[in-house]
Design a protein around this ligand. Structure first.
Ligand SMILES: *Cc1c(COP(=O)(O)O)cnc(C)c1O
Length: 364
Protein backbone atom coordinates (compact mmCIF):
# COMPACT_ATOMS: atom_id res chain seq x y z
CA UNK A 1 0.00 0.00 0.00
CA UNK A 2 1.42 3.38 -0.89
CA UNK A 3 1.31 6.12 1.69
CA UNK A 4 -0.86 8.90 0.35
CA UNK A 5 -0.59 12.39 1.77
CA UNK A 6 -4.07 13.13 2.93
CA UNK A 7 -5.94 15.10 5.50
CA UNK A 8 -6.39 13.33 8.81
CA UNK A 9 -9.67 11.46 9.00
CA UNK A 10 -11.55 11.48 12.28
CA UNK A 11 -14.59 9.46 13.26
CA UNK A 12 -16.79 12.34 12.26
CA UNK A 13 -16.64 15.75 10.65
CA UNK A 14 -19.43 18.21 11.36
CA UNK A 15 -21.57 19.02 8.34
CA UNK A 16 -21.45 22.68 7.29
CA UNK A 17 -24.19 24.08 5.06
CA UNK A 18 -23.30 26.45 2.18
CA UNK A 19 -22.13 29.70 3.78
CA UNK A 20 -24.64 31.90 1.91
CA UNK A 21 -27.57 29.79 3.17
CA UNK A 22 -26.48 30.31 6.77
CA UNK A 23 -25.85 34.00 6.08
CA UNK A 24 -29.40 34.52 4.85
CA UNK A 25 -30.70 33.43 8.26
CA UNK A 26 -28.12 35.56 10.06
CA UNK A 27 -29.25 38.56 8.00
CA UNK A 28 -32.73 38.04 9.42
CA UNK A 29 -31.31 38.11 12.97
CA UNK A 30 -29.60 41.44 12.20
CA UNK A 31 -32.83 42.81 10.78
CA UNK A 32 -34.95 41.97 13.83
CA UNK A 33 -32.27 42.34 16.52
CA UNK A 34 -33.87 39.36 18.24
CA UNK A 35 -30.95 37.23 19.46
CA UNK A 36 -32.47 34.73 21.88
CA UNK A 37 -35.48 34.01 24.17
CA UNK A 38 -37.87 32.16 21.87
CA UNK A 39 -37.09 34.18 18.77
CA UNK A 40 -38.65 33.65 15.34
CA UNK A 41 -35.91 31.32 14.05
CA UNK A 42 -36.17 29.08 17.12
CA UNK A 43 -39.93 28.91 16.57
CA UNK A 44 -39.49 28.14 12.88
CA UNK A 45 -36.96 25.39 13.57
CA UNK A 46 -39.16 23.83 16.26
CA UNK A 47 -42.08 23.77 13.88
CA UNK A 48 -40.08 22.26 11.01
CA UNK A 49 -38.49 19.57 13.16
CA UNK A 50 -41.78 18.65 14.85
CA UNK A 51 -43.34 18.24 11.42
CA UNK A 52 -40.41 16.24 10.06
CA UNK A 53 -40.47 13.90 13.05
CA UNK A 54 -44.25 13.77 13.22
CA UNK A 55 -44.39 14.75 16.91
CA UNK A 56 -46.04 17.41 19.03
CA UNK A 57 -44.70 19.23 22.09
CA UNK A 58 -41.24 19.58 20.60
CA UNK A 59 -38.99 21.92 22.57
CA UNK A 60 -35.61 23.06 21.32
CA UNK A 61 -33.14 23.44 24.21
CA UNK A 62 -29.48 24.26 24.89
CA UNK A 63 -28.05 20.75 24.49
CA UNK A 64 -28.81 17.06 24.84
CA UNK A 65 -27.54 16.87 28.40
CA UNK A 66 -29.75 19.68 29.70
CA UNK A 67 -32.58 17.99 27.78
CA UNK A 68 -32.17 14.87 29.94
CA UNK A 69 -31.99 16.92 33.14
CA UNK A 70 -35.04 18.97 32.17
CA UNK A 71 -36.88 15.71 31.45
CA UNK A 72 -36.21 14.37 34.95
CA UNK A 73 -37.16 17.71 36.53
CA UNK A 74 -40.34 18.15 34.47
CA UNK A 75 -41.51 14.66 35.45
CA UNK A 76 -40.95 15.56 39.10
CA UNK A 77 -38.21 12.99 39.64
CA UNK A 78 -36.00 14.52 42.31
CA UNK A 79 -34.50 11.44 43.89
CA UNK A 80 -34.78 7.70 43.68
CA UNK A 81 -33.44 5.13 41.30
CA UNK A 82 -33.37 5.37 37.52
CA UNK A 83 -32.88 2.17 35.56
CA UNK A 84 -30.49 2.84 32.69
CA UNK A 85 -27.99 1.33 30.30
CA UNK A 86 -24.22 1.15 30.80
CA UNK A 87 -23.63 1.35 27.04
CA UNK A 88 -23.93 5.01 26.10
CA UNK A 89 -22.19 8.34 26.16
CA UNK A 90 -21.38 9.51 29.69
CA UNK A 91 -24.10 12.21 29.62
CA UNK A 92 -26.82 9.57 30.10
CA UNK A 93 -25.38 8.65 33.49
CA UNK A 94 -24.08 12.08 34.49
CA UNK A 95 -27.49 13.71 33.99
CA UNK A 96 -29.04 11.19 36.40
CA UNK A 97 -26.34 11.82 39.00
CA UNK A 98 -26.52 15.61 38.51
CA UNK A 99 -30.25 15.43 39.32
CA UNK A 100 -29.34 13.60 42.56
CA UNK A 101 -30.79 10.31 41.43
CA UNK A 102 -29.10 6.94 41.44
CA UNK A 103 -28.37 5.18 38.13
CA UNK A 104 -29.16 1.46 38.30
CA UNK A 105 -27.46 -0.30 35.41
CA UNK A 106 -29.15 -3.09 33.53
CA UNK A 107 -26.99 -4.98 31.03
CA UNK A 108 -27.48 -4.78 27.25
CA UNK A 109 -28.49 -7.01 24.35
CA UNK A 110 -25.42 -8.34 22.53
CA UNK A 111 -27.34 -8.04 19.23
CA UNK A 112 -27.99 -4.30 19.08
CA UNK A 113 -26.43 -2.95 22.30
CA UNK A 114 -29.69 -1.54 23.72
CA UNK A 115 -30.94 -2.30 27.25
CA UNK A 116 -31.88 -5.97 27.81
CA UNK A 117 -35.59 -5.83 28.58
CA UNK A 118 -35.61 -9.28 30.14
CA UNK A 119 -33.33 -7.99 32.92
CA UNK A 120 -35.23 -4.81 33.82
CA UNK A 121 -37.81 -6.24 36.23
CA UNK A 122 -35.16 -7.79 38.48
CA UNK A 123 -33.64 -4.31 38.94
CA UNK A 124 -36.88 -2.61 40.08
CA UNK A 125 -37.12 -1.69 43.77
CA UNK A 126 -39.63 0.46 45.71
CA UNK A 127 -37.30 3.40 45.02
CA UNK A 128 -37.37 3.04 41.23
CA UNK A 129 -38.92 6.09 39.55
CA UNK A 130 -38.08 5.81 35.89
CA UNK A 131 -36.39 3.89 33.09
CA UNK A 132 -33.89 5.79 30.95
CA UNK A 133 -32.89 3.62 27.99
CA UNK A 134 -30.85 4.78 24.98
CA UNK A 135 -31.56 4.11 21.31
CA UNK A 136 -27.86 3.68 21.00
CA UNK A 137 -26.32 4.44 17.57
CA UNK A 138 -29.90 4.98 16.36
CA UNK A 139 -30.98 1.33 16.88
CA UNK A 140 -34.37 0.87 18.49
CA UNK A 141 -34.84 -0.29 22.08
CA UNK A 142 -37.64 -2.78 22.63
CA UNK A 143 -40.07 0.11 23.06
CA UNK A 144 -43.14 -2.11 23.49
CA UNK A 145 -41.49 -4.34 26.11
CA UNK A 146 -40.19 -1.32 28.04
CA UNK A 147 -43.61 0.38 28.03
CA UNK A 148 -45.27 -2.78 29.30
CA UNK A 149 -42.93 -2.91 32.31
CA UNK A 150 -43.32 0.84 32.93
CA UNK A 151 -47.12 0.48 32.97
CA UNK A 152 -47.01 -2.51 35.30
CA UNK A 153 -44.81 -0.73 37.87
CA UNK A 154 -46.03 2.81 37.26
CA UNK A 155 -42.66 4.11 36.08
CA UNK A 156 -41.83 6.97 33.73
CA UNK A 157 -39.86 6.30 30.55
CA UNK A 158 -37.30 8.84 29.33
CA UNK A 159 -35.54 7.85 26.13
CA UNK A 160 -32.11 9.29 25.53
CA UNK A 161 -32.72 9.47 21.79
CA UNK A 162 -29.58 11.54 21.08
CA UNK A 163 -28.69 9.18 18.21
CA UNK A 164 -32.20 8.50 16.96
CA UNK A 165 -32.92 11.51 14.74
CA UNK A 166 -34.19 10.12 11.44
CA UNK A 167 -34.67 6.52 12.63
CA UNK A 168 -38.21 5.32 12.04
CA UNK A 169 -39.69 2.33 13.84
CA UNK A 170 -42.91 0.72 12.63
CA UNK A 171 -43.77 3.84 10.66
CA UNK A 172 -43.26 6.24 13.58
CA UNK A 173 -40.23 8.33 14.41
CA UNK A 174 -38.21 6.59 17.11
CA UNK A 175 -38.29 9.83 19.12
CA UNK A 176 -42.06 9.61 19.53
CA UNK A 177 -41.88 6.88 22.18
CA UNK A 178 -41.78 7.23 25.98
CA UNK A 179 -43.05 9.96 28.32
CA UNK A 180 -40.19 12.13 27.09
CA UNK A 181 -37.58 11.55 24.40
CA UNK A 182 -34.52 13.75 24.24
CA UNK A 183 -32.33 14.64 21.28
CA UNK A 184 -28.86 16.11 20.92
CA UNK A 185 -27.98 18.48 18.08
CA UNK A 186 -24.30 18.67 18.94
CA UNK A 187 -21.94 19.35 16.02
CA UNK A 188 -20.90 15.69 15.87
CA UNK A 189 -24.44 14.36 15.53
CA UNK A 190 -26.23 13.42 12.30
CA UNK A 191 -28.34 16.60 12.42
CA UNK A 192 -26.78 19.48 14.31
CA UNK A 193 -27.21 23.10 15.32
CA UNK A 194 -23.59 23.46 16.59
CA UNK A 195 -24.83 22.90 20.15
CA UNK A 196 -28.43 22.06 20.87
CA UNK A 197 -30.96 19.50 21.92
CA UNK A 198 -34.65 18.89 22.27
CA UNK A 199 -37.31 17.34 24.46
CA UNK A 200 -40.33 15.65 22.93
CA UNK A 201 -42.99 15.42 25.60
CA UNK A 202 -46.06 13.22 25.51
CA UNK A 203 -48.22 14.91 28.16
CA UNK A 204 -49.37 18.52 27.59
CA UNK A 205 -49.10 19.45 31.26
CA UNK A 206 -45.56 18.08 31.55
CA UNK A 207 -44.71 19.95 28.34
CA UNK A 208 -45.91 23.20 29.94
CA UNK A 209 -43.84 22.53 33.04
CA UNK A 210 -40.75 21.79 30.95
CA UNK A 211 -41.24 24.97 28.94
CA UNK A 212 -41.45 26.98 32.16
CA UNK A 213 -38.41 25.46 33.89
CA UNK A 214 -36.22 25.86 30.80
CA UNK A 215 -36.67 29.65 31.14
CA UNK A 216 -35.93 30.10 34.83
CA UNK A 217 -39.40 29.06 36.05
CA UNK A 218 -40.98 32.47 35.65
CA UNK A 219 -43.27 34.49 33.41
CA UNK A 220 -42.51 38.19 33.73
CA UNK A 221 -42.69 38.92 37.46
CA UNK A 222 -44.55 35.75 38.40
CA UNK A 223 -42.21 33.07 39.71
CA UNK A 224 -43.73 29.58 39.72
CA UNK A 225 -40.97 27.06 40.32
CA UNK A 226 -37.23 26.50 40.35
CA UNK A 227 -35.91 26.76 36.83
CA UNK A 228 -32.72 26.89 34.83
CA UNK A 229 -31.56 28.42 31.56
CA UNK A 230 -32.24 25.81 28.88
CA UNK A 231 -33.17 28.26 26.09
CA UNK A 232 -31.54 28.23 22.70
CA UNK A 233 -30.32 31.19 20.63
CA UNK A 234 -31.31 32.46 17.18
CA UNK A 235 -27.79 31.86 15.85
CA UNK A 236 -28.00 28.17 16.75
CA UNK A 237 -31.46 27.98 15.18
CA UNK A 238 -30.03 29.62 12.04
CA UNK A 239 -27.48 26.82 11.68
CA UNK A 240 -30.23 24.29 12.33
CA UNK A 241 -32.49 25.76 9.64
CA UNK A 242 -29.65 25.87 7.12
CA UNK A 243 -28.72 22.23 7.89
CA UNK A 244 -32.32 21.07 7.91
CA UNK A 245 -32.69 21.80 4.19
CA UNK A 246 -30.02 19.17 3.55
CA UNK A 247 -31.14 16.50 6.00
CA UNK A 248 -32.41 14.04 3.40
CA UNK A 249 -29.20 14.37 1.39
CA UNK A 250 -27.13 13.95 4.56
CA UNK A 251 -28.86 10.68 5.43
CA UNK A 252 -28.72 9.48 1.79
CA UNK A 253 -24.99 10.18 1.56
CA UNK A 254 -24.37 8.28 4.80
CA UNK A 255 -26.33 5.31 3.48
CA UNK A 256 -24.02 5.17 0.48
CA UNK A 257 -20.89 5.25 2.66
CA UNK A 258 -22.31 2.53 4.94
CA UNK A 259 -22.96 0.52 1.80
CA UNK A 260 -19.26 0.71 0.87
CA UNK A 261 -18.23 -0.48 4.33
CA UNK A 262 -20.84 -3.25 4.23
CA UNK A 263 -19.51 -4.58 0.97
CA UNK A 264 -15.84 -4.32 1.82
CA UNK A 265 -16.02 -5.67 5.38
CA UNK A 266 -18.91 -8.07 4.95
CA UNK A 267 -18.91 -10.79 7.56
CA UNK A 268 -15.42 -10.09 8.83
CA UNK A 269 -16.41 -7.97 11.82
CA UNK A 270 -19.34 -8.15 14.21
CA UNK A 271 -22.24 -5.91 13.21
CA UNK A 272 -25.46 -5.12 15.08
CA UNK A 273 -28.64 -6.78 14.04
CA UNK A 274 -31.20 -4.24 12.86
CA UNK A 275 -34.68 -4.91 14.26
CA UNK A 276 -37.50 -5.76 11.98
CA UNK A 277 -39.53 -2.65 11.30
CA UNK A 278 -36.63 -0.22 11.81
CA UNK A 279 -35.66 2.23 9.07
CA UNK A 280 -32.14 2.92 10.27
CA UNK A 281 -30.72 6.47 10.14
CA UNK A 282 -27.02 5.48 9.75
CA UNK A 283 -25.99 7.68 12.65
CA UNK A 284 -22.87 5.56 13.25
CA UNK A 285 -20.98 2.62 11.78
CA UNK A 286 -20.06 0.44 14.75
CA UNK A 287 -17.95 -2.68 14.28
CA UNK A 288 -17.15 -5.32 16.88
CA UNK A 289 -13.71 -6.91 16.76
CA UNK A 290 -13.03 -10.44 18.00
CA UNK A 291 -10.80 -9.23 20.81
CA UNK A 292 -9.59 -5.96 22.28
CA UNK A 293 -6.12 -6.88 21.12
CA UNK A 294 -7.37 -7.10 17.53
CA UNK A 295 -9.11 -3.72 17.89
CA UNK A 296 -5.91 -2.12 19.16
CA UNK A 297 -3.92 -3.56 16.27
CA UNK A 298 -6.44 -2.16 13.79
CA UNK A 299 -6.30 1.24 15.52
CA UNK A 300 -2.50 1.27 15.38
CA UNK A 301 -2.55 0.49 11.65
CA UNK A 302 -5.20 3.15 10.96
CA UNK A 303 -3.54 5.79 13.16
CA UNK A 304 -0.32 5.28 11.23
CA UNK A 305 -2.22 6.45 8.14
CA UNK A 306 -3.74 9.44 9.92
CA UNK A 307 -7.13 7.77 10.43
CA UNK A 308 -8.73 8.02 13.84
CA UNK A 309 -11.80 5.89 14.55
CA UNK A 310 -13.19 6.10 18.11
CA UNK A 311 -13.85 3.58 20.82
CA UNK A 312 -17.58 4.25 21.15
CA UNK A 313 -18.40 3.47 23.87
CA UNK A 314 -15.58 2.93 26.25
CA UNK A 315 -15.51 2.33 29.18
CA UNK A 316 -18.80 0.73 30.14
CA UNK A 317 -20.54 3.39 32.26
CA UNK A 318 -21.07 1.04 35.23
CA UNK A 319 -17.31 1.33 35.70
CA UNK A 320 -17.15 5.14 35.94
CA UNK A 321 -14.68 5.92 38.74
CA UNK A 322 -16.97 8.33 40.59
CA UNK A 323 -19.85 5.90 41.11
CA UNK A 324 -20.45 4.90 44.72
CA UNK A 325 -21.38 1.30 43.91
CA UNK A 326 -19.89 -1.20 41.51
CA UNK A 327 -22.17 -3.31 39.43
CA UNK A 328 -21.00 -5.90 36.94
CA UNK A 329 -22.51 -5.76 33.42
CA UNK A 330 -20.72 -8.55 31.58
CA UNK A 331 -22.21 -8.05 28.12
CA UNK A 332 -21.66 -4.29 28.08
CA UNK A 333 -18.12 -4.58 29.43
CA UNK A 334 -17.28 -7.22 26.83
CA UNK A 335 -18.75 -5.18 23.94
CA UNK A 336 -17.08 -1.96 25.16
CA UNK A 337 -13.69 -3.66 25.08
CA UNK A 338 -14.04 -4.61 21.40
CA UNK A 339 -16.27 -2.05 19.69
CA UNK A 340 -15.33 0.97 17.58
CA UNK A 341 -17.07 3.38 15.27
CA UNK A 342 -15.56 3.88 11.83
CA UNK A 343 -15.35 7.33 10.21
CA UNK A 344 -18.75 8.30 8.81
CA UNK A 345 -19.58 11.77 7.52
CA UNK A 346 -20.90 13.35 4.36
CA UNK A 347 -17.52 14.35 2.94
CA UNK A 348 -15.96 10.90 3.32
CA UNK A 349 -15.19 9.63 -0.18
CA UNK A 350 -15.58 6.12 -1.58
CA UNK A 351 -11.83 5.99 -1.97
CA UNK A 352 -11.28 6.89 1.69
CA UNK A 353 -13.84 4.35 2.92
CA UNK A 354 -12.16 1.75 0.72
CA UNK A 355 -8.74 2.62 2.13
CA UNK A 356 -10.04 2.33 5.72
CA UNK A 357 -11.68 -1.03 5.03
CA UNK A 358 -8.53 -2.30 3.30
CA UNK A 359 -6.35 -1.47 6.31
CA UNK A 360 -8.76 -3.22 8.67
CA UNK A 361 -9.05 -6.31 6.50
CA UNK A 362 -5.28 -6.55 6.35
CA UNK A 363 -5.08 -6.54 10.16
CA UNK A 364 -7.73 -9.27 10.42
C1 LIG B 1 -24.25 13.44 22.53
C2 LIG B 1 -25.00 12.66 23.53
C3 LIG B 1 -25.59 13.26 24.66
C4 LIG B 1 -25.31 14.67 25.05
O1 LIG B 1 -25.71 15.59 24.15
P1 LIG B 1 -25.04 17.06 24.18
O2 LIG B 1 -25.87 17.80 23.20
O3 LIG B 1 -23.62 16.92 23.74
O4 LIG B 1 -25.16 17.58 25.56
C5 LIG B 1 -26.38 12.48 25.47
N1 LIG B 1 -26.56 11.17 25.24
C6 LIG B 1 -25.99 10.55 24.19
C7 LIG B 1 -26.25 9.10 23.98
C8 LIG B 1 -25.16 11.27 23.32
O5 LIG B 1 -24.54 10.64 22.31
Amino acid sequence: MTAITREKIFVTKPYLPPREEYNRYVDRIYETGHLTNEGPLVKELEQKLAEYLGVKNFQYVTNGTIALQLALKALGIEDGEIITTPFSYVATTSSILWERCKPVFVDIEPDNFTIDVTKIEAAITPKTRAIMPVHVFGYACDVEGIQKIADKYNLKVIYDAAHAFGSVYKGKSLVSYGDISTLSFHATKLFHTVEGGACIVKDEEVAGKLDLIKRFGHNCDNHYCLGINGKQSEFHAAMGLANFKHIDDIIEKRKIICGYYDRLLDGRLGRPKIQEGLEYNRAYYPVVFETEEQLLRAFAALNKEGIYPRRYFYPSLNNLPYLKERKVCTVSEDICSRIACLPLFVELTAEEAGFIAEIIVEVL
